[in-house]
Design a protein around this ligand. Structure first.
Ligand SMILES: Nc1nc2c(ncn2[C@@H]2O[C@H](COP(=O)(O)OP(=O)(O)OP(=O)(O)O)[C@@H](O)[C@H]2O)c(=O)[nH]1
Ligand SMILES: [Mg+2]
Length: 218
């Protein structure tokens, strides 16, 4: 997809703040500091629309980014951040679980992992959870630029084995630094957001953004 517009919409803490326009959502899950926000920025060619930080735990809420008035990236708070209290961790778990299991507009979950290291216990748990609920998923192994190209294959193999990725499962090596995997990931995402993509090909770029009146359901 060619990205013409990207906007930060809302930092949501719960369902009543999720957008109600029915547009498809692509959610990003992964441990804190793994590179979720950086991946979004790379995908939409923006330097810092999704706030990134070298301090883990930067993204605390579910941040919605609207792309081409057509779909959302939903940036999740990272898991596995040691300095987060037990209570916070539990509420994170509940929020994510509720969203993932009930959100009708969710089309695909990107599980972001660090290609440099074998998957953590939390990565594995997330992977198993997504599999268990049969949610469409793609493992995106990022920070590939931080290891020599000659070792990518070996790291990919270790990652796939560690998680239990099966042949036919979506798996994309990525780098927000050098753009590796960007085209492949857009191609995949495009496939998951149809048929809305077809409607959007007729979007008039000059004016009249497609504003859908929410709340016809009464
Ligand atoms: N070299 C390199 N650095 C990256 C890459 N992706 C992210 N980083 C760096 O990793 C750090 C964390 O990136 P973020 O995108 O903020 O990570 P996050 O997963 O959104 O973190 P939380 O919001 O805390 O969960 C930043 O310093 C980024 O610059 C990558 O592909 N290559
Ligand atoms: Mg983030």
């Amino acid at each position: 997809m060619k990205v013409n517009s990207s906007d930060f919409i809302i930092s949501a803490v719960g369902p009543d703040q999720y957008p109600d326009d029915g547009l498809p959502e692509i959610a990003l899950a992964g441990r804190s500091n793994v590179g979720k926000s950086s991946l979004i920025n790379k995908m939409i060619n923006r330097k810092n629309l999704a706030r990134t930080s070298s301090t883990p735990g930067k993204t605390q809420h579910m941040n919605y980014y609207l792309i081409n008035e057509l779909m959302y990236f939903v940036d999740f708070p990272g898991y596995g951040y040691a300095k987060v209290s037990k209570t916070q961790r539990a509420s994170w778990g509940k929020m994510v679980e509720k969203y993932m299991s009930e959100r009708e507009t969710l089309r695909l979950v990107l599980l972001i992992v660090d290609l440099r290291h074998p998957p953590s216990a939390n990565d594995k748990m997330m992977f198993d959870w997504l599999k268990h609920y049969d949610l469409p998923m793609c493992v995106v192994a990022t920070k590939a630029d931080k290891i020599p190209k000659t070792r990518w294959d070996k790291h990919i193999k270790i990652m796939k084995q560690g998680l239990g990725v099966l042949p036919g499962d979506n798996f994309i090596p990525f780098s927000a630094e050098i753009g590796l995997g960007k085209d492949a990931l857009w191609e995949l995402v495009d496939g998951y957001i149809v048929p809305d993509a077809e409607e959007a090909s007729g979007v008039n770029e000059d004016e009249d953004p497609v504003v859908q009146e929410a709340g016809d359901e009464a």
